[in-house]
Ligand binder design. Structure first.
Ligand code: BG6
Length: 492
C-alpha cells in the first residue's frame, strides 16, 4: 500500500512553549516526519517561541536532539534533518509582558497572507494572555489558527474563562482544541467501521448490544508530572476529554457527512444525553483509586505519594465509571469506563459486547456459548478483533469455542502510521476541524464531570489504594460484576 500525501499550502508554524516537552517529544518529530514524506512545502517556516534567550542555531540543535531522541534511527535521514532544521528559527517572547512581540511580528511580517498556526504548547494559564498579545501585536490575520492543548480548564467555570479569552481574539472556526486521541489511527477507524460497513449499524443499539467497555490503562506512573497531575487526577486528565470523546464516537448517531460541524453536533447530543451522576449515585457507579508502591515490568516502582513527595493526597490515579446514555439508542446499555496509571499493562481498547443468542440448539456437551464481542484496540498492537463462536476443529463431536477474527494493523499494513499529532497538525493547516473539539462539546463534558468531582469532594472519602502494576482497586471489579459482567481480558 502506498501512503498518500495530500499537499498543503505553505504555512508558518509558531510554537509557544517552543523548548518544552510536547514540542520536543511530539511536534518537532511530527513535523520532521511530514517533511520526510514531502508534505511540508519548501517555503514553510517553523518558529519556536519561549521566554529564555536562544539563538536560531541553538534552537536548531534542540530540534536535532529532539529528532535523535524521538525518531527511530531507521527513519532519520541526515539530508532531511538538515532541510527540516533550516526551516527553524527562534524568538524569545514574554507571554506576560511586552518583550519580544515586535521581534515575532518582524519574523512573520514578510508573509502576511500565509496560513499561520499558533500552537500554544504552554500552561493553559497563559492561553488568554498569549491570544490577547497576539492580537495587540497585530499578528492575528484572517488565515491564522490557534491550537490549544488540554486541559481546557479544571471545571465548567474555568473552561468558560479559557474559552472566552481565546474566543475574544479568534473566531471559533480558527480555534483548534486538540484531543490527540481523536488523531489515533484506530479511533478514526471506529468511524470507518461504523459508517463504511453495512454489517454493524443494524446491530448498533441497546436491543443488540449488552454493554460497552472503554479501557485506557497506562503502565507508567505520573513520572515528572506530579505537580500538574495532582491538581487534576484521572477524571479530569483522561475521562473529561479522551474517554468521553471515544464514548461519543461509539455512541453518536451517524452524522450526515464528515463535515466538522455535522460530526460535532452528533457528539454533542451524546454528551448532553449522559445521565448525571450525583451524590447518591457516586458509591454505586464510580470508583477512585491511587497507586501505592508495587512492581512494573522492569522492577519495583514507587507509589504516587512518594513520587509526589507528600504524605497524603486526595487525587485519583485510577477511575472506573458506569455511564448511562439516556436516549432511544442506548437506554439499558451501560458504558463502563476505566483508566489508570501504573496498571498491569499499557492497553487502550473499546469492547462492544453483544447480547447473548436468544436460544441454543446445542446440547451441554458443546460447552458454553460466549457472547460476540467487537474489540477495537487503540494501543499497543492496533487492530480490530471480532470474537465469534465456531466449532472446535477436529473430531469429538460438536464442541464450541470462541475465537477472534483478527485484523492486526501492524501485520496488515506494514507501512509506518503517522502519529496522532502529525495528522492533527496537518488538519490544522488544512483548516479541517472534524477531529477537534468545539467549545460547546468541551463545556458539555465539564457540565457532566463537575457534579462527580463535587460529589467526591463532598464524600470526603480517600481514593482506594491499589498496588502499582495491577488492574486497579478491587472495587472496580465489583463495579462491573455487580451487574453480572466482567472486564474484558484479551483472549478470553
Ligand atoms: C495525556 C494525559 O493527555 O494523555 C497523560 O495528560 C496521558 O496523563 C496521555 O499519559 C496518554 O496518551 P497516550 O497517547 O500515550 O495514550
Amino acid at each position: 500500500m502506498v501512503s498518500r500525501v495530500i499537499a498543503v499550502d505553505s504555512f508558518d508554524f509558531v510554537a509557544f512553549g517552543g523548548t518544552g516537552d510536547l514540542v520536543r517529544r511530539k511536534l518537532l518529530p511530527g513535523l520532521y516526519h511530514r517533511d520526510r514524506v514531502g508534505q511540508i512545502p519548501a517555503a514553510t517556516r517553523i518558529v519556536g517561541v519561549a521566554r529564555a534567550a536562544m539563538t536560531d542555531e541553538a534552537y536548531r540543535d534542540l530540534a536535532r536532539a529532539a529528532i535523535v531522541d524521538h525518531v527511530p534511527e531507521h527513519e532519520r535521514e541526515d539530508e532531511v534533518i538538515e532541510r527540516f532544521v533550516a526551516r527553524l528559527s527562534y524568538v524569545a517572547v514574554d507571554a506576560l509582558g511586552d518583550g519580544g512581540w515586535s521581534d515575532l511580528a518582524g519574523v512573520l511580517a514578510p508573509e502576511p497572507d500565509r496560513i499561520r498556526v499558533y500552537y500554544l504548547a504552554t500552561s493553559p494559564d497563559l492561553f488568554g494572555d498569549i491570544c490577547r498579545r497576539l492580537a495587540a501585536a497585530g499578528l492575528v490575520t484572517p488565515t491564522s489558527r490557534v491550537v490549544v492543548e488540554k486541559p481546557i480548564g479544571k471545571s465548567l467555570a474555568s473552561a468558560r474563562v479559557v474559552n472566552e479569552a481565546v474566543g475574544s481574539v479568534f473566531a471559533e472556526a480558527q480555534i483548534f482544541r486538540i484531543d490527540h486521541y481523536l488523531g489515533k489511527e484506530t479511533v478514526q477507524n471506529l468511524m470507518a467501521l461504523r459508517f463504511a460497513n453495512a454489517l454493524f449499524e443494524p446491530l448498533w443499539n441497546a436491543a443488540r448490544i449488552d454493554h460497552v467497555q472503554i479501557t485506557v490503562a497506562e503502565s507508567l506512573g505520573v513520572e515528572g508530572r506530579a505537580g500538574y497531575y495532582d491538581g487534576a487526577g484521572a477524571l479530569r486528565d483522561m475521562v473529561q476529554n479522551h474517554m468521553l470523546q471515544l464514548l461519543c464516537l461509539v455512541a453518536m448517531e451517524p452524522p450526515a457527512s464528515l463535515d466538522a460541524d455535522a460530526v460535532r453536533d452528533e457528539k454533542l447530543k451524546v454528551l448532553k444525553a449522559l445521565k448525571p451522576i450525583g451524590v447518591a449515585d457516586v458509591p454505586r457507579v464510580t470508583v477512585r483509586g491511587q497507586y501505592e508502591k508495587g512492581a512494573a515490568a522492569d522492577g519495583p516502582v514507587p507509589g504516587y505519594l512518594e513520587e509526589l513527595g507528600r504524605p497524603t493526597s486526595p487525587t485519583e490515579t485510577f477511575v472506573a465509571l458506569k455511564v448511562e446514555i439516556e436516549n432511544w439508542r442506548w437506554a439499558g446499555t451501560p458504558f463502563y469506563l476505566r483508566s489508570g496509571k501504573r496498571m498491569a499493562e499499557r492497553v487502550s481498547e473499546i469492547v462492544v459486547s453483544f447480547r447473548p443468542i436468544p436460544h441454543s440448539v446445542f446440547d451441554e456437551a458443546a460447552g458454553p456459548i460466549l457472547r460476540n464481542e467487537l474489540v477495537i484496540r487503540l494501543q499497543p498492537d492496533e487492530g480490530v478483533k471480532l470474537y465469534v463462536m465456531i466449532k472446535d476443529p477436529g473430531p469429538g463431536g460438536m464442541r464450541l469455542i470462541r475465537v477472534p477474527l483478527d485484523m492486526s494493523f501492524a501485520e496488515t499494513f506494514a507501512e509506518r502510521h503517522a502519529d496522532a499529532y502529525e495528522r492533527l497538525i496537518m488538519d490544522v493547516v488544512r483548516g479541517n476541524q472534524t477531529l477537534f473539539m468545539r467549545r460547546d462539546e468541551v463545556e458539555a463534558a465539564w457540565s457532566w464531570i463537575d457534579p462527580i468531582l463535587e460529589a467526591w469532594a463532598a464524600s470526603g472519602e480517600a481514593p482506594k489504594v491499589y498496588r502499582a502494576g495491577t488492574w486497579g482497586p478491587s472495587a472496580s471489579v465489583a463495579l462491573i460484576e455487580r451487574d453480572g459482567r466482567t472486564w474484558h481480558e484479551d483472549g478470553a
